[in-house]
Design a protein around this ligand. Sequence first.
Ligand code: SF4
Length: 494
Amino acid sequence: MTMKYFLNSSGKKQRGPSSKGTVPTNRPKHYCGVFGIYNHPDAARLTHLGLFALQHRGEEAAGICTSDGRELHLVKNCGLVGEVFSEASFPKLPGMHAIGHVRYSTTGSSNLLNTQPYMVNYVRGQIAVGHNGNLVNAQKLRADLEASGSIFGSTMDSEIFVHLMANPAHSSLEEALTQSLRKVEGAYSLVMLTQQQLIGARDPQGFRPLCLGKIGGCYVLASETCAFDLVEAELIREVEPGEVVIIDENGVNSFFPHGRGSQKTAQCVFEFVYFARPDSNIFGNNVAMVREELGRQLAKETHVAADLVIPVPDSGNFAAMGYSKESGIPLGHGFTRNHYIGRTFINPEQGQRTLKVKIKLNPIRQVVKDKRVVVVDDSIVRGNTAKSRVKLLRAAGAKEVHMRISCPPHLWPCYYGIDFPSKTELIASNMEINEIKKYLDVDSIGYLSLDGMLKSTGNTPHNFCSACFNGKYPTKISDDVDKLKLEKKVSLFA
Ligand code: SF4
């Protein structure tokens, strides 16, 4: 394999992966969102609203499963929440308890079999599961289960939970959960529904968020608090890393299958940078406030003389505001975003790249013409979208284009639920900083440092996973994935 070299912070060359291979066009996809509610007369409708609020976490499929106390009822399909459910759906979803799921496929292809909630009949009755995250030992667990007779109905790693729980040797639901969750490794924030119980669970490292709230006397669970706002629920607290909550007629019963605080936490820092909605509070902080701080820190680290700071909407908005406040450079809105692009309008693998970007974001000539603009975005993963945006800005008359990114370069794949599984897809893993600058055709480029990013979270930096930036994976990764564990250092500014 041809090897490239990066410049580290001391100017020494360091080995990195080849620049050969394709650089796909699309940004990281969102992955999944979960919602659950116990003991509410409008359980299905509130779950429907909750899924609307969580739509940004998954746009390929949506589903709701309800319990009327005797049996479970399920409606799910491929599509957006607004496409999957109509008024005709609700009579099919009776009951006071419900879970819901929006999905982007991270393991398992995108088809009806792989939609969630995933519902089965098993030794203790019926159970449905909605999963956000990715298991890192799924292949081995599935092979072991199949060797002992399990028949899988999907290709999702999420199905493994119900197979593990189906072991008839377990004496209770608590024991089934304890024994099952001790076997899985990786990222999971789960909602589960039986005829009588709503269950929430978070992996011991707490990769993905999961929040517990209340509407009057009813308990709710959601990936993000923006879903609570829509259903007028009050946040009680986050489900702790490693915690299981069983909600039933006795209230909330909490326990820790691995022991409380048994593992160092590794919450996904990229939730703050990109995935979560700015109005959500996760990992003890408000996402918008963290993004603004990321922008401030970025301005301190990568200052440039310019006339205007413009965000790439929507996820760059708050970081751009922070950059503007810190630098004193006025904030302007140089792009208009079209919110009405259907998922299938242009397939990422088809069509003309610049046209696709142009349909989504159009520069405002009168704002950017003859200006030196600082464009603030949350990340550059593959690079082609950023390149197209720069081209549009230049065509609209921008005099200089300075790209600023509110996180460090993505150098490593994520095994915890994000769809950039190979280094060949990551531009910073394939090009030096000067090559990226040239490739994007920008006048300068600056990334936020790892320390700067972690400091901006307002939490203890060691609480976070930042493996896609530094290659330090918080779990064991199975043998069939990349074993190269060397930390890469790159120049952040050119
Ligand atoms: S590798 Fe990156 S995207 Fe994946 S969980 Fe860790 S910080 Fe988040």
